[in-house]
Design a protein around this ligand. Structure first.
Ligand code: CU
Length: 351
């Protein structure tokens, strides 16, 4: 109801302004002026209006920075995240500086040089020195930003350290499944032909490296300050694994393995203290609009001490043992018939 009233007030306000303008027009006709003539007073009024608009525009810009700061991500919780944030901030400072300089000149010139009848436009064809300056400065600044960006990107996407823990993140419409590689730190081979109700990731259990693999849903844990390398897979369409607090994102593409590695630097508890939010959780989201329930693709990530992480993982039963225990599917025999096991590479996906 209040919203409707606000709309009504705004509409009435617009009608009122239009009526007042009409009254001024009629008054000037009565005075004998031609309402269509633009005189110097009009130009001066417009120049003042554009200057006022410029100042209001800057004030709104500064207000927005403060008002929307709360929607920005909290401090990066990964090693490379700090580098990404620095790059973002430096770019933002440069852009903001240029924005203020160019727009101040724009609004000030509109105000100062409004049209006066006695003024003649000064014909100024070109100035080599000025052109060199305004070409060289953006070239140097942009080149520096690009080189800085490429250097940062190369460092982030460099090969994962040997000791990095291998974790598979498996996307499908519309959920995530994580597979930990267990004590051998090798994911067993997998292929979509092996997918069935009991084996949703199509893990090839005839590959012995799969026997200690642990599958988890809804939530997975990570040890703090330890490198982890994610191998991303998708069953159906392209998804995008997005872990905003770690500044990490990678597409999950059907039929191929993509990867990203990082080192979490804060535990969930530390982040809760930093953000002052007792309910804070690290999240894995899908950042590719992949279908009707795309928004539902979410998984909690708990970062904790290495000891707590080991305890958590030890409580989980490896998928192979679960299949055997439940006499679900004789995976090894079946899969051997369907797809011969050739590659033992931990990251291989057989199609
Ligand atoms: Cu998705």
């Amino acid at each position: 109801m209040i919203k409707l009233l606000i709309y009504l007030v705004v509409i009435m306000g617009i009608i009122l302004i239009a009526r007042i303008i009409r009254i001024f027009e009629l008054a000037s006709v009565l005075k004998g002026d031609n309402a269509n003539d633009v005189n110097e007073k009009d130009n001066k009024t417009n120049s003042l209006l554009i200057l006022t608009f410029g100042i209001a525009f800057f004030a709104f810009f500064i207000y927005c920075i403060y008002a929307f700061k709360k929607f920005m991500l909290p401090e990066a919780a990964s090693e490379h995240g700090v580098a990404i944030d620095n790059m973002f901030n430096i770019t933002f400072y440069v852009i903001t500086f240029v924005f203020f300089v160019t727009h101040s000149i724009l609004f000030y010139f509109c105000y100062k040089y409004y049209f006066r009848k006695e003024n003649k436009a000064f014909h100024y064809s070109h100035n080599d020195k000025l052109e060199v300056i305004w070409t060289a400065i953006p070239t140097v600044v942009l080149t520096a930003l690009i080189i800085y960006g490429i250097g940062t990107w190369n460092k982030i996407t460099s090969p994962a350290p040997e000791e990095a823990m291998v974790v598979e993140l498996y996307a499908k419409q519309f959920d995530w499944t994580a597979r930990f590689s267990g004590a051998d730190n090798k994911l067993g081979a997998s292929g979509f032909r092996l997918i069935d109700g009991a084996n949703p990731l199509g893990v090839d259990t005839s590959d012995v490296t799969s026997h200690d693999d642990v599958i988890v849903r809804n939530e997975f844990h990570l040890p703090v300050n330890k490198p982890v390398v994610f191998k991303f897979h998708s069953r159906d369409v392209i998804h995008s694994a997005y872990m905003p607090h770690f500044r990490a994102q990678m597409n999950c593409v059907p039929g191929m393995t993509t990867q990203f590695h990082f080192v979490p630097t804060f535990t969930t508890q530390q982040m809760r203290e930093k953000t002052g939010n007792e309910k804070f959780d690290f999240l894995l989201l899908c950042n590719k609009i992949c279908g009707a329930s795309h928004y539902n693709m979410q998984m909690n990530i708990v970062v904790e001490s290495e000891a707590d992480f080991k305890k958590w993982l030890a409580e989980k039963k490896p998928m192979y043992a679960e299949l055997r225990g439940g006499e679900a599917v004789p995976m090894a025999a079946d899969s051997a018939k369907v797809v011969p096991v050739a590659a033992k590479d931990s990251s291989s996906v057989k199609l």
